[in-house]
Ligand binder design. Structure first.
Ligand SMILES: [Zn+2]
Length: 693
């Protein structure tokens, strides 16, 4: 039992104790120990009145956990509390000291004098960090100067300068101030919770509403023991606040995110729509709504929809998802392959917004139960953008996905070299060699969204000149190119890849781009086109270059025909590119190295190589990544590989032969990007999976 008691003494949160009068504790026979996971832990003796203690303590804390001790043990604890509890006078000075802790920039960088140390129960954050060997004195001095210049507290300045990680900052502040810190997940806050407190108040007092059950409001505060602010929150919201600690750094990011100019505009438009809806008397039928919409295309719903679209263009997103949640609709943008929620659509206007999109793309506005497809274009800042939109009924509501197709690209640019982000000079050389042959089939392969089409367009660009006739068949036309004939598949009207290609072949083309080879019919026409002297470019949905070869044979093509027509395969993926402004150097661990390498010697060598990992800064939206780059596996069809294909070899054999001829596999190419500091082990694993035999 002695051990338990000592443990309890060690876990006593001194700031918590400060909130209680020692006489009161003595009288009611209880000792508050600590706050953890929303619970306040309180040690009591067997005769303590739990109800009284509850009503006294439970003021903002979620719940109480009682720790039952014997009478003697409680006495022992109370005695201990008396030794650590400062007198009333001291209490005041301690409190103000804590308040200014993160802001206090008058820290003496030299080692603290023993006497001072003794008088001050709280250590300055700079001291703690130096003691723990996390920063040097030089770094502290630099951060103090920088912090003064930028008016930023020391801890957050140290983080911004890259001297400590956010985790280290949080842990140090938690240790110093005794408050739980807000984690990143808790900062994904719904708009309606943020709106509990007015913007001015949030900004002026550096406080963020995090969650609420209607009675208790959890708030993140840069100065969590600012009693005045806590009182103001009670007054403003009628809820009892529970303070958690948030670093200045995170607070600033949050503010930038929530109150950005663009977001403010969107909010104003939403407000306007809501006001307008309120003005309309009674229930409006769908048709009345649509009529109103059509009459007033400059109305606020139209403005809101335009905002959703133009924000997406500005942010270079690839898709817009408008999807139902339990209570309302949300808008999410896909950027660099990942989705991010950007706007909540108030439930009162969701129908108008969906209808507006349907009107724009000439869909049937009364149809809610069947999926629909459509397209629309808008002009924005001098460029014309095309959108492909489709709706899908999900659990009684409709989900809308809009793909943004890039604006028209001029193919007649003077620069004719192939430009592929992430491709090495060697890669480009191989591709250039591949396309010098005027007939044959060149394929790019990979999953959806791996940049296959972009690669083919880049190749087309180099091939385009006045002497050749280039025709494309696409589904849909994703990038508009000047100077070439682009046609679109329309299955409903009977225009398939195969039928379209047959008619194109009668028009004497030199180069044909077919969006995708997904059936034997298309493949057959592609092969006969290649055999009659055309260059055919297309994509296949396979995982590697060698698997592409065997896939063609599985589709039904004769192996000798594949062998004689295929000129090359480019398998590819896209990985996120590390942000150059914040990426962090480190040596990979054995576990990490094992994820991407198999050979024990290579693993050992790799562990001694400096590589980079993500960190996050304001330039990359704190994601650690900026943009993407391609990983390429380029297989030139050499004589030897032709022979292997013709005898129906397994794709493993074909790959081995290609590697022997100098092909870099996707794994090797991605490893190359890691070694050059372009991407991370995490991205390797996310995109290619863990390396295996
Ligand atoms: Zn960055």
């Amino acid at each position: 039992m002695k051990n338990v008691l000592n443990k309890l003494k060690e876990s006593i949160n001194k700031d918590l104790i400060l909130k209680f009068d020692t006489d009161l504790l003595e009288q009611m026979k209880f000792v508050p120990i600590n706050i953890k996971d929303n619970f306040i832990y309180i040690a009591i003796n067997p005769f303590a009145n739990k109800e009284d203690i509850t009503s006294l303590v439970k003021n903002g804390y979620a719940d109480i956990r009682f720790i039952q001790l014997s009478e003697d043990e409680i006495e022992d604890l109370l005695e201990y509390v008396n030794t650590i509890h400062p007198s009333k006078d001291e209490e005041k000075s301690v409190t103000t000291d804590i308040i200014d802790e993160e802001n206090n920039i008058k820290i003496v960088p030299s080692p603290p004098k023993a006497a001072e140390d003794f008088e001050q129960p709280k250590k300055k954050i700079g001291e703690i960090l130096i003691e723990e060997g996390l920063i040097t004195e030089e770094q502290l001095i630099q951060a103090l100067a920088e912090g003064r210049r930028m008016d930023t507290p020391l801890g957050s300045t140290l983080h911004k300068l890259g001297f400590i990680t956010l985790k280290q900052l949080r842990e140090t502040l938690q240790q110093q101030q005794g408050y739980e810190t807000v984690n990143a997940d808790q900062l994904k806050i719904q708009d309606k919770v943020v709106n509990i407190l007015p913007e001015d108040f949030i900004k002026a007092n550096k406080v963020i509403p995090i969650s609420t059950d209607g009675r208790n409001l959890v708030v993140g505060m840069v100065k969590p023991n600012d009693k005045k602010v806590l009182k103001d929150i009670v007054y403003l919201t009628g809820q009892s606040p529970r303070a958690m600690l948030i670093t200045h750094f995170e607070f600033q990011n949050f503010i930038n995110l929530v109150y950005s100019h663009s977001k403010k505009e969107t909010k104003e438009i939403i407000q306007q729509i809501e006001d307008e809806v309120l003005e309309i008397d009674g229930e409006e039928t769908l048709w009345e709504q649509v009529e109103r919409e059509l009459q007033d295309s400059t109305g606020s719903v139209a403005k809101f929809v335009n905002k959703i679209i133009t924000d997406a263009i500005e942010n270079k997103v690839s898709d817009i998802h408008i999807e139902p949640r339990l209570e309302n609709y949300v808008v999410r943008y896909r950027k660099d392959g990942l989705l991010k929620q950007v706007i909540d659509i108030p439930s009162r206007v969701e129908q108008s917004v969906l209808t507006r999109f349907k009107v724009l793309s000439r869909m049937n506005i009364a149809e809610h139960r069947r999926p629909q497809d459509g397209t629309f274009s808008i002009k924005y800042k001098g460029s014309s953008y095309d959108f492909r939109i489709n709706t899908l009924p999900v659990s009684g509501k409709e989900k809308v996905v809009i793909r943004i197709l890039a604006p028209a690209v001029s193919l007649n640019a003077a620069d004719r070299s192939i430009k592929l982000i992430g491709a090495t000079e060697e890669d480009i050389e191989k591709i250039t060699k591949m396309i010098t042959c005027p007939n044959g089939i060149i394929l790019t392969s990979g999953p959806t969204g791996s940049g296959k089409t972009t690669t083919l367009y880049s190749v087309l660009k180099t091939l385009n000149n006045e002497e050749v006739n280039i025709t494309t068949i696409e589904d849909p036309v994703e990038i508009k190119l000047e100077g070439i004939n682009q046609s679109q598949v329309n299955v409903k009207a009977g225009i398939t890849f195969a039928s379209c290609m047959r008619s194109i072949l009668r028009q004497d083309p030199d180069i044909i781009l077919v969006g995708e080879i997904r059936d034997y019919e298309t493949l057959e026409v592609a092969i006969s086109a290649a055999l009659t002297g055309h260059l055919v470019l297309s994509t296949v949905h396979t995982n590697s270059a060698s698997a592409t070869v065997t896939r063609l044979i599985e589709m039904g093509a004769k192996d000798y025909l594949v062998s004689s027509t295929l000129s090359g395969v480019i398998a590819q993926r896209l990985v996120r590119r590390l942000c150059d402004d914040c990426k962090e150097e480190y040596y990979p661990s054995y576990e990490e190295a094992k994820k991407i390498l198999l050979d024990e010697n290579e693993i050992q060598k790799f562990m001694k190589t400096k590589i980079y990992r993500k960190k996050g800064c304001s330039n990359c939206d704190f994601k650690g990544y900026q943009g993407r780059l391609g990983v390429y596996e380029i297989m030139q069809i050499s004589k030897e590989i032709k022979k292997l294909i013709a005898v129906g070899a397994h794709d493993i054999e074909i790959e081995e032969a290609a590697v022997a001829c100098g092909m870099k596999t996707l794994n090797q190419a991605c490893l190359g990007h890691i070694l050059k500091g372009f991407t991370t082990i995490d991205e390797f694993v996310r995109v290619l999976g863990i390396a295996s035999e």
